[in-house]
Design a protein around this ligand. Sequence first.
Ligand SMILES: NC(=O)c1ccc[n+]([C@@H]2O[C@H](COP(=O)([O-])OP(=O)(O)OC[C@H]3O[C@@H](n4cnc5c(N)ncnc54)[C@H](O)[C@@H]3O)[C@@H](O)[C@H]2O)c1
Length: 313
Amino acid sequence: MRVLITGSSGQIGTNLALALLARGDEVHGLDRRANTWTDEVPTEIVDLVELSRAPASWSPPWQPDCIVHLAAYAKVHELVLEPHKALENIQMAAAALEIARAAGAPIVFGSSREVYGDIHRHVTEEGMADFVVAESPYSASKLAGEALFYSYARCYQLPVLVFRFSNVYGRYDNDAERMERVIPLFLKRIAGGEPIRVFGPNKMLDFTYVDDCVRGVMSGINALTAGKIQTETINVAYGQGSTLFDLVNLLELALDRTADATYEEARVGEVTRYVADISKAKAILGYQPQVPLTSGIRRYVEWWRDQGLLPAN
Ligand SMILES: NC(=O)c1ccc[n+]([C@@H]2O[C@H](COP(=O)([O-])OP(=O)(O)OC[C@H]3O[C@@H](n4cnc5c(N)ncnc54)[C@H](O)[C@@H]3O)[C@@H](O)[C@H]2O)c1
């Protein structure tokens, strides 16, 4: 199969591209920066925001069987501080959809649990998202992206699959120069004996090990390209909640260090409770997450150790 991936130099894009290559697929990555993790992913440097202004100026190297759109500014708080980037996320989605329309190819969208807003229910099923619950410019950009995807499905009969991811962690996400997420940030600081600030220790989130996320996406690509699904939105997560307090404890255990933590209120725009309902992913894609946070954190710390990223004790 030939798969075009936007955002192929990012965390999920790199893991997905390598997994597709490993099963014998051809991959063409589009990103506005080179891949800093591997030279195995064929990467073309393209800025999708620019491309959204002149979609006809670019065409793929071959007819793709599927497109996976992952390119975005992917940090919630960054977009609270710089809301114009939300508009760029929407432009990137528009550019990816134009590539799919021109190629008549099915397309997958990496959306987010942020579309549910800050909900205080235990589980979330796919029909519950609504634009009035947009908690931040980032969630607004994902809601708008999803709406564009559905509009292309209706107007141009494009098969589309929207995945709502939740706190994906694991290898290739400690890209500190460019962005820093909560798990790599805490890991690095606790390992180095530096203080951490925990915004909302009781925040309950559904942390997803990247291999589970990639397995879900690959099942989705298979179902979409086989015509088994046409237009769907599916949560992909582990399906259990853990607090930031739990997370700090697990990191302390895996690192055998005590965190110097201060606990503060959650920040503006952040979701404070989300536990995914993954029954649709199980029913439609046969998705079965395999890595709970307890073992995922251990694996992740091992990966840091293997990369020589942990300071010597
Ligand atoms: N990782 C998570 O926890 C998570 C959770 C929910 C949703 N998502 C979504 O999944 C997708 C992938 O996430 P990720 O963690 O791999 O993010 P990431 O930030 O690691 O990767 C995104 C990639 O998009 C690229 N990009 C940004 N602007 C671009 C542009 N104008 N043109 C071309 N490329 C551009 C970046 O260079 C980067 O390599 C994103 O859309 C993100 O919003 C991720």
